[in-house]
Ligand binder design. Structure first.
Ligand SMILES: [Zn+2]
Length: 312
């Protein structure tokens, strides 16, 4: 197989890897079809597409470390920047969706890499959302914006919130994004001072080696080749990959619930103005349409059905 085909085989895959004999774990992810699907719903200026791509790669890797199947969401709210808000989420460790809302005029900073240009004095938050049928409570932490890049800010966040030394790389190319995350886990309980010092030294060497990776290597090499090239003095074990894709959670029922927030008069006047009421999903572009019969059903508390599903 030629090199491009080998590399493409890792598209939309996430690998977890471990270092034999050392308490270091890692994730590698590459998204291609997933980000193309995101941009098919909504096209963004290149710099914003890159940022959203990096957010997707980050939440995919963070979700892989969760002990539960829920969602990880990374969201920004701007204050004085060109990016009003953005969201990338990964559910069940495999389904991604996201969106960015921009000020109309972003011509001033078409290529800026610095997060502060986009967010101004805004906020970035990471949420962990357990599945609805569990007792666990959701968690949200604010990511301090002290560094220019998304990767550096998230790396710092992981070190503070998880208390694990971390190294995070995110790089978006035109049609793919690649992420690499390394974390130093605590040494084993029975570790002696000497073995803990060995672990520290291994972590230091592994991160030094990781820092030699070039953007081109990150963006183009298949996971196994890149890890072997970087860490050939260690035994690095790749676990079976996980497939990722762009998938939305919207539904007719959720759309019904949204409309039920409005009262009868509001619904009827919308219907009168437009003939039909449309609820458009901003994540996937699906349009849910409601005619007079559907609105009648909504008002009587019944579920509505998509056209053709059941006879009116
Ligand atoms: Zn949707």
């Amino acid at each position: 197989m030629d090199a491009e085909l080998v590399a493409a085989a890792d598209n939309d895959k996430l690998y977890r890897f471990t270092f034999e004999g050392f308490p270091v774990r890692g994730q590698w992810v590459r998204l291609s079809r997933t980000i193309a699907d995101a941009q098919a719903v909504r096209a963004y200026p290149a710099a914003i597409a890159d940022l959203l791509n990096e957010m997707f790669a980050a939440v995919a890797m963070f979700a892989d470390n969760l002990k539960f199947e829920g969602a990880v969401a990374l969201q920004s709210r701007g204050n004085g920047g060109a990016l009003i808000r953005s969201l990338a989420e990964c559910r069940n460790q495999q389904h991604l969706r996201g969106i960015a809302h921009l000020e109309e005029d972003i011509a001033l900073h078409p290529n800026a890499q610095d997060l502060s240009v986009w967010l101004g004095d805004g906020q970035l938050a990471l949420s962990l959302i357990p599945p609805p049928d569990t007792q666990q409570t959701p968690y949200q932490g604010l990511v301090a914006l002290t560094e220019p890049t998304l990767a550096a800010n998230l790396e710092h966040y992981l070190e503070v919130s998880e208390q694990l030394p971390s190294r995070l790389f995110l790089t978006s190319a035109r049609d793919s994004v690649t992420g690499l995350l390394l974390q130093r886990l605590p040494s084993a309980d029975q570790a002696t001072e000497i073995s803990a010092a060995d672990d520290d030294e291994a972590w230091s060497t592994i991160t030094t080696l990781a820092d030699t990776v070039t953007v081109e290597e990150l963006q183009t090499l298949p996971a196994e080749v890149m890890l072997r090239r970087l860490f050939n003095e260690y035994t690095c074990r790749l676990h079976p990959p996980r497939s990722l894709s762009y998938r939305c959670t919207c539904s007719r029922q959720k759309s019904d619930r949204t409309l039920r927030i409005l009262d009868a008069r509001e619904l009827e006047s919308l219907l009168e103005e437009q003939g039909q009421i449309h609820v458009d999903c901003e994540f996937c572009g699906t349009r849910y349409a409601y005619d007079a019969i559907d609105v009648g059903a909504l008002l009587s508390g019944a579920d509505t059905a998509p056209p053709g599903a059941t006879p009116h």
